[in-house]
Structures are given as structure tokens and as C-alpha cells.
Ligand binder design. Structure first.
Ligand SMILES: [Zn+2]
Ligand SMILES: [Zn+2]
Length: 146
């Protein structure tokens, strides 16, 4: 772990008005290094490995605080468990219905360009989850291995 990454994470916490605690740091650090959209259970296991005293409730509370502060994004997958992502550059998600793989897709794919639709409302953020078959599963479907 480089010193730059460490201070960047601490800076993000402070900018969001959160105190830098070992648990918050550990969760953000894990999400920073694992862009695989882990579940809360996976994050808990990883954080516990470093802080054996971190209870499940602590990890869930930490994730909640980070989400409220806009540092972490929750991704709801139809029929699946909630997954987590560090919020860096805006992006959307693609979930494979066969293998469950969750991939980042560019935010420019979808844009909120219908002002009438939101008339008196203010759009602050929106999340898009696109469902389908990932490249690997599509290949298997087109050329089934017999
Ligand atoms: Zn797949
Ligand atoms: Zn993502």
C-alpha cells in the first residue's frame, strides 16, 4: 500500500466530514483495492482479517456511514445480495444473469436527458444496473462446449 493511497483515502474521509477511524479506513482501503463489487459479508471477512475485533455490526455501520457520506455506492442486483463499490468516477453496472459477474460500464451510456420528467425535482444521482450475459457467458452460449 503506497503512502499516496493512504493519504488519499484519509483525505476523502475528511472531505466527507468523517473522522478517520481504523474501520472506515480498512473498508475504504479494501474497496479501493478490490473493484470486484464485494458483498458486505466479503468486506466483513477481509476487514476482520486485519481487525479481528470488528464485529459484523461495526462493518455494517461503517458501510452505512460511508454510503451516507457519498464515498461508497450500494448496488442492488435483482434477486441478489447488495454489493458495494468505492465511489470514484461515475459509472453504471452490468450484471450477468448466468455467472453473476458485476462489471463497470461507462456512465455516458445512459444519461438523464429528459427535463420534463423531473419537472419540480432535483436529480442528485441515479444508479443504473443493466442485465444480460457477460462476454464469456455469451461465447459459451453461442458455441456450447459439448
Ligand atoms: Zn457471465
Ligand atoms: Zn462499479
Amino acid at each position: 500500500m503506497s503512502i499516496e493511497t493512504r493519504s488519499l483515502i484519509e483525505q476523502r474521509l475528511r472531505e466527507a466530514g468523517l473522522k478517520v477511524t481504523p474501520q472506515r479506513y480498512a473498508v475504504l482501503d479494501y474497496l479501493w483495492r478490490h473493484r470486484t463489487h464485494p458483498t458486505a459479508d466479503e468486506i466483513e471477512a477481509a476487514v476482520n482479517y486485519r481487525f479481528p475485533c470488528a464485529s459484523r455490526a461495526t462493518v455494517y455501520n461503517t458501510l452505512h456511514a460511508l454510503r451516507e457520506a457519498g464515498l461508497v455506492q450500494e448496488i442492488y442486483v435483482r434477486g441478489g445480495v447488495t454489493r458495494y463499490d468505492i465511489r470514484l468516477e461515475p459509472h453504471h453496472h452490468f450484471v450477468c444473469r448466468r455467472c453473476g459477474r458485476l462489471e463497470d460500464i461507462s456512465a455516458v451510456v445512459v444519461q438523464v436527458e429528459a427535463p420534463d420528467l423531473f419537472a419540480e425535482r432535483t436529480v442528485e444521482s441515479f444508479d443504473v444496473v443493466v442485465h444480460g450475459l457477460c462476454a464469456a457467458c455469451r461465447r459459451n452460449e453461442v458455441e456450447p462446449s459439448s
